[in-house]
Design a protein around this ligand. Structure first.
Ligand code: COA
Length: 442
């Protein structure tokens, strides 16, 4: 008699797997590069059978019917931690709603709201090793935390996923159902930085000393920094997101992690997203550990790194120093993610700094991103009392510990020249900085 393995016993088709999901249940979906494309497509096919299913998603990468199609109304509702392109598109139709969060507490907050209950978790993993362990590969922001709580755990096995180390391993015995779907990975190709991004990258690189540990956020600017760090020595990485620029820094011998005061000798991240080059680099790479978001992004953990430099990107900054990185006025664009986590953490570090980088203008130079007041309805990502350093292509504005009048002066210097007078005059008219001497140069 042939004895079946635990893998074979749990292996089902995509249709069988989603057939276990019921109306009125909550389904937590792994994020970004770790999202399960086969299960999400199959679940959309169950539309007629299912009503009032809530999805918890974060930065969905592909154009899924389940998120996009109007006929999903009443069948699936998307509660989202960080908007991606599908969410931005669907938001006006009302089938998605943003869940405000700081990334390191995203799972914890949801579990408080639901009294520690999630019905189903769907995600991706590598095929198991000979001992039955699989790697969650590209993401451990909330995935492992949810696997331990969910009533039903379904993993989509994809042999193209890199095997990552750290806390990404799950055992077959922790999983209920397995489906195989060996599809190409979602890629975020690294784009060449623009001239403005390069100028910003150059200013930021000046603030990074030998031996610093870096966190680089999402967007074009963080990748631009790498090319200006060629003369630095012994940098370390403790970052929310592992991106292509970091591969270059490691391969050039600039990131060595040798002077790290926490996780000495290792790069630490909580998810990875980029090109195939990045995925090849992180596969079975012992120098990188993907740990839980609750740990990696905890400001008190981030702050234990010596000379911790956190770089994130923004949409608008006002003269108080309030930073909006997640919405364009009332329009939800992305999310807070770990921006406030790492910005705060860096300021707790000895010799550390929280940097917010942005282009001085948007929409082909027609609007200033440095503004007297944030646009009505903007989500504040970094409150004024947490802000530290703002960088544009025109230079560096150090705001930490400074009064609003001086913050405004520093911000005007890094605003685009076409908008400097407007910022000053508006702030005066609105009474934000009424000090008349300031306007006469006295
Ligand atoms: N007013 C109006 N529109 C603006 C604007 C402003 N002040 N600033 C930017 N925009 C528009 C751009 O024109 C662009 O629009 P488009 O998509 O129609 O072209 C869009 O907003 C995105 O701007 P861009 O500067 O190209 O984005 P980016 O890819 O560099 O990302 C953030 C910047 C801020 C959106 C991104 O970093 C983010 O979501 N951050 C929040 C979370 C975070 O930092 N987490 C921690 C790190 S993982």
């Amino acid at each position: 008699m042939e004895i079946s393995s635990p893998y074979q016993e749990k292996q089902v088709s995509l249709q069988e797997a989603v057939g276990r999901i019921r109306s009125n249940q909550t389904v937590c979906v792994a994020m970004a590069g770790a999202e399960p494309p086969g299960l999400l497509a199959a679940l959309a096919g169950e539309r007629d059978r299912l009503h009032n299913v809530t999805l918890w998603t974060c930065l969905p990468m592909r154009a899924y019917d389940i998120l996009l199609k109007p006929e999903m109304e009443g069948h699936f509702f998307n509660e989202n931690w960080f908007y991606g392109a599908p969410d931005r598109k669907v938001h006006p139709e009302g089938r998605v709603s943003y869940t405000p969060n700081n990334l390191h507490l995203a799972a914890a907050d949801k579990l408080i709201a639901t009294k520690n209950h999630v019905d189903v978790f769907i995600g991706t993993a590598t095929p198991p090793d000979k001992r039955g362990f699989m790697s969650l590969s590209l993401g451990n922001v909330y995935e492992k935390e949810m696997i331990t709580v969910a009533d039903l755990v379904i993993l989509e096995i994809n042999e193209n996923l890199p095997w990552t180390f750290g806390d990404t391993q799950v055992h077959i015995s922790d999983v209920d159902l397995l489906v195989e779907n060996h599809v190409p990975l979602v890629e975020l190709p690294a784009e060449a930085p623009s001239e403005v991004e390069q100028a910003i990258g150059g200013h930021i690189a000046e603030l990074i000393e030998d031996g610093s540990t870096l966190q680089l956020g999402i967007g074009g600017i963080p990748n631009a920094i790498a090319s200006f760090l060629t003369n630095r020595k012994d940098l370390g990485l403790h970052t929310e997101m592992f991106v292509d620029g970091m591969v270059d820094l490691y391969e050039a011998g600039i990131v060595t992690n040798r002077r790290k005061t926490l996780h000495h000798g290792k790069m630490i991240a909580t998810f990875a997203l980029g090109s195939q080059k990045l995925y090849d680099f992180i596969d079975r790479n012992v120098s990188l550990e993907i740990l839980r978001g609750r740990y990696v992004n905890d400001p008190y953990v981030v702050g234990q790194n010596y000379k911790m430099i956190s770089v994130n990107t923004a949409i608008q900054v006002d003269v108080l120093g309030q930073v909006c990185s997640q919405s364009i006025g009332t329009r939800q664009f992305s999310g807070t993610g770990g921006q406030l986590d790492t910005h705060r953490g860096a300021q707790l570090s000895e010799g550390g700094r929280g940097i917010i980088a942005l282009r001085s203008t948007a929409k082909n130079g027609t609007i200033s991103t440095i503004v007297p007041t944030l646009a009505p309805g903007s989500g504040v990502t970094v409150p004024s009392q947490d802000v530290d350093t703002i960088v544009t292509e025109f230079g560096v504005a150090e705001l930490r510990g400074r009064c609003v009048r001086d913050r405004m002066a520093a911000l005007i210097k890094v605003a685009h020249p076409n908008f400097r007078d407007w910022i000053r005059e508006e702030a005066h008219t609105l009474g934000i900085v009424p000090d008349k001497r300031f306007y006469t140069g006295g």
